[in-house]
Design a protein around this ligand. Structure first.
Ligand code: G3H
Ligand code: 13P
Ligand code: ZN
Length: 330
């Protein structure tokens, strides 16, 4: 058993209370490897932002939980060495069972998500409550989810979204004891968040997605005043990276994300955690493709992973300052 406290990490409790009060959202960036983690930490230190390092089940399978835990410990030491000991949470993204959540808690995670959103209301409550009881006994915080996002949620995928029902949130939160609630108001996972038929096109032919359901968010806030709300599926899918990938041989189609202004608006509300994974994948892939196309003789991974890491850092700095508003809140 390794407690996150031994690793120099924190849970989300104080972080969320400050974010809700301050009208900003904590960046929750997924990582699977060293370069992604370096970029996240460099960007969050440069902007003096707290951060949630997210590990999906896929990341655990890819990188190994012991390595990931020790990377998170190293991230704290690295941040201090860079000049700002920012608060760092190590969070399980889309936990699919009590056992997965327990394993993460026992291995140094300071926060877990139990995703029972595909279950019935009663089954979701029972599973989430069981995770909360174990987590709280270890001072670990828990994110639950009500409502279903379209797209792929780790290994759970849904073609359509089911918005969160505001009339269910109070009962869910009070019966489970969760510390934060992920909701569905029209965001979606991946780089193809909407069907072209759901979008309009601007004069340049760029897809414009349907707006987020701020009316549902407002109703949820009325039901749960000041309670920490989480938005998944919040990549903006920057055209800059989509076009770079296409220019250097990639085959993305109909890519569309959540506009930054809408995320900025959400971050000013009770939304205090915004999940971003796909944008990091796009930025890295775009830069790796470019470097390899520009320098076909290059075969030192540092020569293409290094520029990809720098591009990621630039993107995260922009998000912390201009989208989430988390800069200067460490
Ligand atoms: O919500 C899903 C995250 O983007 C993680 O994706 O399971 O491919 O690591 P992954
Ligand atoms: P994106 O696919 O929009 O980056 O969402 C990531 C996410 O919600 C991780 O849980
Ligand atoms: Zn998600």
């Amino acid at each position: 058993m390794t407690s996150y406290k031994e690793l120099g990490l924190v849970n989300t409790r104080d972080m969320f209370a400050k974010a809700v009060k301050g009208g900003y959202a904590i960046p929750a960036y997924n990582f699977n490897n060293m370069e992604q983690l370096q970029a996240i930490i460099q960007a969050c230190v440069a902007t003096k932002s707290p951060v949630i390092l997210q590990v999906s089940k896929g990341a655990r399978d890819y990188a190994n939980i012991n390595l990931l835990r020790n990377m998170a410990r190293g991230a704290g030491e690295y941040a201090a060495e860079l000049g700002c000991a920012i608060p760092i949470v190590l969070h399980l993204d889309h936990g699919d069972s009590f056992e997965t959540c327990k394993d993460c808690i026992d291995n140094g995670f300071s926060s877990v998500m139990i995703d029972g959103s595909h279950l019935s209301f009663e089954e979701n409550i029972a599973l989430t409550k069981k995770v909360v009881e174990y987590a709280h006994a270890h001072d670990v915080t828990v994110e639950g989810e009500l409502g279903v996002l379209a797209g792929i949620e780790d290994e759970v995928s849904s073609a359509v979204s089911h918005y969160t029902k505001p009339e269910e949130v109070v009962e869910f939160v009070s019966r489970t004891g969760v510390d934060s609630l992920a909701i569905s108001i029209g965001t979606s996972h991946g780089a193809n968040k909407f069907e072209p038929s759901q979008c309009t096109r601007n004069a340049d032919g760029v897809l414009i997605p349907p707006p987020l359901r701020f009316d549902i968010l407002e109703e949820i806030e009325k039901q749960l005043p000041g309670f920490p709300i989480v938005l998944h599926g919040s990549s903006s899918v920057p055209m800059e990276y989509v076009n770079m990938i296409l220019a250097y041989g990639g085959t993305l189609k109909d890519s569309v994300g959540i506009p930054e202004e809408q995320l900025r608006k959400a971050a000013k509300s009770a939304v205090c955690k915004i999940n971003i994974d796909s944008d990091g994948r796009l930025a890295m892939t775009a830069m790796i493709r470019k470097v390899l196309a520009d320098k076909p003789g290059e075969f030192d991974p540092r020569k293409y992973l290094g520029p990809a890491r720098d591009e990621l850092k630039k993107m995260y700095i922009h998000k912390n300052i201009n989208v989430l508003g988390s800069a200067n809140n460490a």
